[in-house]
Design a binder for this molecule. Structure first.
Ligand code: NIG
Ligand code: FE
Length: 395
């Protein structure tokens, strides 16, 4: 008779993340056909074709980076130097740099070149136990180039053993050909949706003075809703434009950044179950001083995720472990919140909690096996990678 498990990892300490950290001492995780078929104590674990002795190492769910701009042309090291010399992000953006300079580099790159340049960034994430990555478009800003970016993003998932989720971020910035006509551009973006829909798992936008107004984003979300596409939003990053409330009204999966979120925004997110995706790497790199209202989010029971925001302008960060450390040091998240933020809550922010994010029977067997003594070490260290092994869909 076929054993109950294809493979079992035993003599491990488990952080299941099912409820709190969900610790199981001397635990085991079994897989069958790529799905978790056993989670529990090593004692009494079922038979398996192959047994892997973890020798007391910790197992967490595979990490999930739920907000990245991993696919893009070029980089913005020169703008970084300008900022070091005193220039402001918004001023650089208004002078045609910023997102628009990455748009130019991205439009010039072939789909192949975008895949090639994204792979080392993806590999850096994978090396730290990441098994699911969300990737946004938003540097093409016309139909062909947005499609090219989303195709490149999806292709990353066939180049590496990792799950890719794509978000269409056509409403990221106003391309120069629409200068002075943001409403016209939003019409175009709404019109792109039917062609984009097969390539995108969600629709995202940038609601900001240098991005789009709530009214414009509202039109986009209505168009997305008509096609059954989930929405999420870059909101309240540089100022408060009530983007989070708008996102919550549309039942958004997440509102992201949120440095300038106010009490009404917190309440709206809590009511809607919208996840707060915190991006401490961008906060750090922009030398922001106003942290998101973590205590208010916590009190209201808003789920909080943590992500890298890996992008060339505000967060050239390819370490989710470092993002956790920054979440704790800069935003005062607890270790438990950081761990949940890159597993369970990140899965929720992607609408994938049924499939990934915790160690539970029936979910995909995506695991990270760590050489650590306690889970807090994953948050505590800076620039050190204790990953022992990574498992994606049972392998
Ligand atoms: O998440 N806020 C807008 N989008 C990115 C920045 C993109 C860029 O500067 O290239 C962000 O921070
Ligand atoms: Fe972003």
């Amino acid at each position: 008779m076929r054993p109950a498990c294809d493979r079992i990892w035993t003599h491990a300490r488990l952080a299941t993340l099912r409820d709190g950290v969900g610790v199981v001492e001397d635990g085991a995780v079994g897989v069958r056909d790529g799905l978790i078929s056993y989670v529990g104590s090593a004692d009494g674990a079922p038979d398996a074709v192959e047994t892997i002795d973890c020798q007391g190492r910790w197992i967490t769910p595979g990490l999930i980076d739920c907000h990245t701009h991993l696919v893009h042309g070029g980089n913005r090291a020169a703008e970084f130097e300008m900022r070091l010399a005193g220039a402001r992000y918004e001023d650089i953006a208004r002078a045609g740099g910023g997102i628009i300079s990455t748009m130019r580099a991205t439009r010039e790159a072939s789909e192949e070149a975008l895949v090639e340049s994204a792979l080392p960034r993806l590999d850096a994430l994978i090396a730290e136990g990441v098994t699911t990555v969300e990737v946004k478009s938003g540097y093409g800003l016309d139909l062909d180039n947005e499609v090219k970016m989303l195709r490149a993003a999806r292709r990353l998932g066939s180049e590496r053993a990792v799950s890719i989720r794509t978000s269409f971020l056509g409403a990221h910035a106003l391309p120069p050909e629409f200068s002075g006509d943001a409403d016209g551009y939003i019409d175009l973006v709404c019109g792109m949706l039917p062609e984009i829909a097969p390539l995108a798992d969600a629709v995202d936008g940038f609601c900001e003075g240098i991005g789009f107004s709530p009214a414009q984003i509202g039109r986009l979300f209505e168009a997305a809703g008509r096609l059954g596409l989930p929405v999420k939003l870059h909101a309240e990053q540089l100022s408060n434009s009530r983007g989070a409330e708008l996102a919550a009204r549309h039942g958004a999966l997440s509102a992201d950044h949120l440095e300038h979120l106010d009490a009404a925004g917190v309440a709206a997110m809590a009511r809607a179950g919208t996840v707060a995706v915190l991006l401490p790497g961008a906060f750090y790199f922009m030398r922001d001083t106003q942290a998101p209202p973590v205590e208010a989010l916590r009190r209201a029971g808003v789920p909080m995720a943590v992500a890298t925001d890996c992008n060339p302008g505000t967060a050239p960060l390819t370490s989710l472990l470092l993002a956790m450390n920054m979440g704790a040091t800069l935003f005062r998240l607890t270790v438990e919140e950081c761990l949940a933020g890159v597993t369970r809550e990140a899965a929720r922010a992607l609408g994938m909690l049924e499939r990934v994010g915790t160690l539970e029977v029936g979910k995909r067997c995506d695991l990270a096996v760590w050489d650590i003594e306690r889970p807090a070490e994953l948050v505590y260290r800076m620039g050190y990678n204790p990953l022992h092994a990574r498992v994606w869909r049972g392998i």
